[in-house]
Design a protein around this ligand. Structure first.
Ligand code: HPA
Length: 284
């Protein structure tokens, strides 16, 4: 597969993508949903669905990673019109962060005001268990500390300011709603800080202990760039991690993380995640 290594995109390119998507669906979605590794089964719940493979959409990044289905599903979920990304692309595949987050720009041009992002994440917090759901209350953009921020490059004022605040990157009203829904469903919901790493290597035990020291509860290779771009363009964001493995803190451990366990655990949490997301949609 050839990877498009283009780094920056213009408003016209984002608009071309948005116009194409809108031309292929009868729906006018209001809420975007990004489904992470092993979580794409949620899209099977969408009614009156229009399906658009990523590879058909102008400028769209296309994922080759196992567990990422790679299409847009637009339709109804619990009475709300949603645009669902079944799978996403990643920086480690060779795309720039601006390319990875292009779908969020298209959503903004299409008028979507809310984004629900999900991911598979490694648990850094040792109180967490495989199969837990974690509400993301804040993030650490470690990839950004290394100089990779999706907003690097010319600022597009049509979306937002040059120096956007990220103090409330995870919308407090949506957090409240999610807590309320979890309580009503009798669902245990963890809360914590998500750290974004570029991948594709899993972390060393020393890196895990570092992540714990700086206040991370979970870590993964996605989500934060999408959240940054969503906030820059004025969307409200809800972020949910599915804890698919517990990070190995001990340098003498014989355990190894692997992508298969991430996918298996991802599938396991899908029913809980569907219930939570449907509950939130019902209250929006
Ligand atoms: N590390 C990074 N990303 C991940 C992990 C992990 O342990 N599990 C799922 N995504």
């Amino acid at each position: 597969m050839t990877i498009n290594t283009k780094e920056f995109f213009t408003y016209e390119e984002y608009k071309q993508t948005a116009d194409y998507i809108q031309s292929k669906t009868k729906h006018q979605p209001a809420i975007g949903l990004i489904l992470g590794s092993g979580l794409s089964h949620l899209a099977e719940e969408i009614e009156e669905a229009d399906h658009l493979p990523f590879s058909d959409i102008p400028n769209f990044p296309v994922s080759g990673v196992m567990g990422h289905a790679g299409k847009l599903v637009i339709g109804k979920l619990n009475g709300k019109t949603v645009l669902v990304m079944q799978g996403r692309t990643h920086f480690y595949e060779g795309y720039s962060w601006q390319h990875v987050t292009l779908p969020v720009r298209a959503m903004q041009i299409m008028g979507l005001k809310t984004l629900i992002v999900t991911n598979a994440a490694g648990g850094v917090n040792l109180n967490f268990q495989v199969g837990d759901l974690m509400l993301i209350i804040d993030h650490i953009n470690l990839a950004g500390f290394g100089g990779h921020n999706p907003l690097r490059g010319p600022n597009l004022e049509q979306f937002g300011p040059r120096f956007p605040s990220m103090t409330q990157a995870y919308n407090r009203e949506l957090l409240k709603l999610a807590r309320l829904v979890a309580q009503e469903l009798g669902l245990t919901l963890r809360e914590g800080v998500y750290a974004c790493l570029s991948g594709p290597t899993f972390e060393t035990p020393a890196e895990i202990r570092y992540l714990k020291t700086i206040g991370a509860d979970a870590m993964g290779m996605s989500t934060v760039p999408e959240v940054i771009v969503a906030n820059h363009g004025g969307m409200k964001v809800l972020g949910i991690s599915s804890i698919t493995n517990i990070a190995i803190h001990d340098s003498t451990s014989d355990l190894e993380p692997n992508h298969e366990e991430v996918l298996v655990a991802g599938k396991m949490v899908v029913p809980k995640l569907i219930a939570l997301i449907k509950g939130v949609l019902a209250k929006l």
